[in-house]
Design a binder for this molecule. Structure first.
Ligand code: ADE
Length: 417
C-alpha cells in the first residue's frame, strides 16, 4: 500500500503494530528515559534524520525517541526480509515517513533507500552501511548538509573503515556497534538467543545431541556457541583468527578447519561478517539433511549464488531444501540473517541498550557539529558507562561507589607490598 509518505504491506495492520510497539516499550525503560529527556530538551529541533535499520517494534521505539527530540524522521529497512509489516503500518499511520515491507525485492530495497535519501537528512543511521555508501556514490551533493552518521553493526563498521582508509568517507560516522554495552547485550546475548530462535521457528529441530558448527567466534559467534551448547548440542567452532580460536578452545569447544567440520556437522551457523565461508566445496561433503543458517549481516556468508543452481523446493516458509548430488541440504531464511528473517530479531531488552547508543550518538553529533573529522568515531567511554547505568537502573540494580581513600589509591603509585 502506497501513499506520499509511505509504502507498507497493509496499513490495516497498524493496530497490531501499535500493540507490539507498546510491548517493546515496556521492556525498554532505559531508552524511554532518554526519550523523556529528549522531549524536554528537543536536541534535534528542525533536523531531519534518515534511518536504514531493520524496521522492528524495537526500532519503532527508537524512531519515536528521535521524533520526541524534535527530529523529522524517515525510515527504510536494511534487509529485504527483516521488516515487521504491522510495525511499518503503525509508523505510517502515526505520520512517520516509512518505506519497507517484509519480502521486498532488491529493486524496491534501493528505491526505498533513495526515498529516505530524498528527505535530505542531516543525520543518517545505518545498519550495514548501505545508506552511507548510496549517499557517497550517488548523492554526494547532499553531504555538506549532513553533520554525521551512526552505524549499528560490525559489517557496517568494517565497510566504513575501508572507506576511511581510502579517504572516501566524507562525513563523521559513529561506530555505535563498538560500544561495550552493544557488544555485551546485542552481539553476544542478542545474537546468541535470537539466532537459535530463528532456526527453531524455521525448522523446529532439536539441538540436543546435534553437532552444531559455529563459523566465527567474535561476540556474536560466542553467543551462538554458548546457547547451542546450553541446548545440549556438541559445538564445533571454525575460525581464521588465532586468538579467537584459542578462546573457543578454552571455552570448551572443538576447533577445526571448515574442510573437516563440513563432513561431521548437522547444523552450520555462519557469524563471520565475511563472504563465502560456506562454499560448494564444503556443501558437497556435508551429510544428507544438513541444516544451514546465517546470522551475519549479508546473505553471502553461505555461497547462495552457487547453491541456487541446484534444484530447490520450499518445505515451509523460509525453509528450503536444495538437492545437491542426491543429498538434501536445508537452508533457513534464504541464507539471510536468520534471527530477523525467521524470528523477530533480538529481544526488546537487548535493543534498549543498542538504541540508547544510537540516540546518544545522534545527540553527540549535534553537540559536536562541525568539530568532528570525517572518520570512524567511537563514543567516549562515559557515554557507554551512562548506558550501562541506565540499563542497570531499568533492571532495579544498584552498585557501590568508590570511597575517597580508594579513589586516591587508584590515582597513586607510591603504595606497594
Ligand atoms: N537487530 C537485531 N535485532 C534487532 C531488532 N529486534 N530490531 C532492530 N534491529 C535488530
Amino acid at each position: 500500500m502506497q501513499a506520499e509518505n509511505y509504502t507498507v504491506q497493509d496499513i490495516k495492520l497498524a493496530e497490531q503494530g501499535r500493540k507490539n510497539i507498546a510491548w517493546a516499550e515496556m521492556q525498554m525503560p532505559a531508552l524511554l528515559k532518554i526519550k523523556e529527556r529528549f522531549a524536554k530538551e528537543k536536541p534535534f529541533k528542525g533536523m531531519r534524520i534518515a534511518l536504514a535499520l531493520h524496521v522492528t517494534k524495537e526500532t519503532a521505539v527508537l524512531v519515536k525517541t528521535l521524533a520526541a527530540g524534535g527530529a523529522d524522521v524517515a525510515i527504510t529497512g536494511c534487509n529485504p526480509l527483516s521488516a515487521q509489516d504491522d510495525v511499518c503500518a503503525a509508523l505510517a499511520a502515526d505520520g512517520v515517513k516509512v518505506w519497507a515491507y517484509k519480502g521486498e525485492s532488491k529493486e524496491d530495497y534501493y528505491t526505498f533507500l533513495n526515498k529516505v535519501i530524498a528527505t535530505k537528512p542531516n543525520i543518517t543511521i545505518d545498519d550495514g552501511c548501505d545508506l552511507v555508501t548510496e549517499i557517497h556514490q550517488k548523492h554526494a551533493a547532499l553531504i555538506p548538509s549532513i553533520i554525521g552518521g551512526c552505524e549499528e553493526t560490525t559489517t557496517g563498521v568494517i565497510r566504513l573503515k575501508a572507506m576511511e582508509q581510502e579517504k572516501a568517507l566524507k562525513y563523521p560516522m559513529i561506530a555505535v556497534n563498538d560500544n561495550k554495552t552493544k557488544h555485551l547485550l546485542d552481539n553476544y546475548l542478542g545474537t546468541g538467543q535470537s539466532t537459535i530462535d530463528g532456526l527453531l521457528r524455521a525448522s523446529n529441530i532439536l539441538f540436543a545431541g546435534k553437532v552444531v558448527v559455529v563459523l566465527g567466534y567474535g561476540s556474536c559467534g560466542k553467543g551462538v556457541a554458548l546457547r547451542a551448547d546450553g541446548l545440549g548440542a556438541r559445538v564445533i567452532v571454525t575460525e581464521v583468527d588465532h586468538f579467537a580460536a584459542l578462546q573457543a578452545v578454552y571455552d570448551g569447544f572443538a576447533v577445526m578447519p571448515m574442510k573437516e567440520a563440513a563432513k561431521i556437522g548437522d547444523v552450520f551457523i555462519t557469524v563471520t561478517g565475511n563472504k563465502h565461508v560456506i562454499r560448494m566445496e564444503h556443501i558437497k561433503t556435508m551429510k544428507d539433511g544438513t541444516v544451514l543458517a546465517n546470522s551475519g549481516h549479508f546473505d553471502h556468508e553461505i555461497e547462495m549464488s552457487a547453491l541456487a543452481k541446484y534444484p530447490k523446493r520450499t518445505i515451509r516458509p523460509l525453509f528450503d531444501e536444495y538437492l545437491v548430488d542426491s543429498k538434501k541440504i536445508m537452508v533457513a531464511g534464504e541464507g539471510r540473517l536468520v534471527n530477523l528473517a525467521c524470528a523477530e530479531g533480538h529481544p526488546s531488552t537487548v535493543m534498549a541498550t543498542s538504541f540508547c547508543g544510537q540516540a546518544l550518538a545522534c545527540e553527540y553529533l549535534v553537540k559536536h557539529k562541525g568539530k568532528l573529522k570525517p572518520v570512524v568515531i567511537t563514543l567516549p567511554a562515559e557515554i557507554d558507562d551512562h548506558i550501562a547505568a541506565l540499563q542497570l537502573d531499568a533492571l532495579g540494580m544498584k552498585i557501590d561507589t568508590l570511597t575517597d581513600e580508594q579513589r586516591k589509591y587508584l590515582a597513586s603509585w607510591q603504595e606497594g607490598t
